[in-house]
Write a protein that binds this ligand. Sequence first.
Ligand code: NDP
Ligand code: MG
Length: 389
Amino acid sequence: MKNLVILGATGSIGDSTLKVIRKHPDKFKVTALSAHSNVDKIIQLANEFQPEHVVITGKAALHKVEQALSGLKTQVHGGKNSLNAIVSDKQVDLVVAGIVGNAGMESVLAAVAAGKTLLLANKEALVVAGELVMPLAKKTKANIIPLDSEHNAIFQCLGNGYEAGVRPDGVNSITLTASGGPFWEMDETLFESITPAQAVAHPKWNMGAKISVDSATLMNKGLEVIEAYWLFNIASEDINVLVHPQSIIHSMVNFIDGSVLAQMGCPDMQIPISHGLGLGQRLGNDADFLDLLQQKQLTFYQADSHKFKCLQLARHALSLGGTAAAILNAANEISVASFLKGQIRFDQIAQINDRMMNAIQSVNVESVAQLNDLDEEVRMKTKAAINSK
Ligand code: NDP
Ligand code: MG
């Protein structure tokens, strides 16, 4: 029996994780859950799983959840620091990092500092703080298992050849596949009229709003290039990106002898999550089995990083190093949120991200406090840039 903490339990990764957990009550005990603002859902989940701890990071939600759960043994905590405490608890074996954005960064670091097995969905934590996370994991022997479908695919293809942060032997390059999102075939001149509703309607994956917009701008693939750089210690030039609209091959490893291993499956996050939770043992889930006869065609296209500038910006951030990726991430979190609120157009997301990267100088990564200050500074400057338009 493994004791499990789910950070971001009320989100899409939380949903997929809990679907798998429900199938294996003999293998996992949910000891803590976190939520930010979704009061009804966390109350329902707390009643169902009766965890020892619930953390509510959104101020407005805390009191309501405390009241609603007063009849349970579950302790309700508020604030970001409580996330760090629940992941560091001695009895915890596995931490699922499913918070969206840089808000999840400190709890990822806390899980790594405590030497836990970290099942990582929160890619922004590595994008922003990879330079702190990876050496710390080496020191504490924390096991970082990627849940992001592409990185989990590569992890599966590498088998025993995977050690977080170490370039695997015999690998020539890796290929991340991208669905391309809803607009990869659309003429760029039409980007300015894309609505938030169109952008979040992903053709293959059912995900939270932020990552859905990132998929539509290909920023998600850019963030994933950076994520792959940290997880597998592979240079940007050895990380290929291919648009594969069917989303059946989740990524590939190209070995030096010409062998290519790919991992396939239906586009359902229960699959990589089951693999991560199983720690080497296969776990059943509710995802559909792949029927290649139904599928018929698997196609591949070059990713267009001129049309989808965010992909280019991410590679540029990786080449600059230091805090460049943290700057890009913070700018992108604000530009995506502003797009979702109807304050900027779809095509302005990349423009604003580009502008902020040019406006703020990258420096060496030194500490969490420095990254938090920088995150706040970039957010403020990005909002100011948006408001001045
Ligand atoms: P969702 O928006 O669906 O869920 C986000 C979760 O984070 C919710 O539980 C939310 O709480 C919580 N949250 C939001 N803001 C904060 C905050 N400021 N502090 C603490 N918690 C917060 O996102 P997804 O599940 O789609 O994505 C989660 C992460 O996983 C992202 O980093 C994403 O890139 C990655 N990922 C997601 C995939 C997917 O299929 N969804 C696939 C691969 C990676 P509440 O709802 O209570 O407000
Ligand atoms: Mg992915």
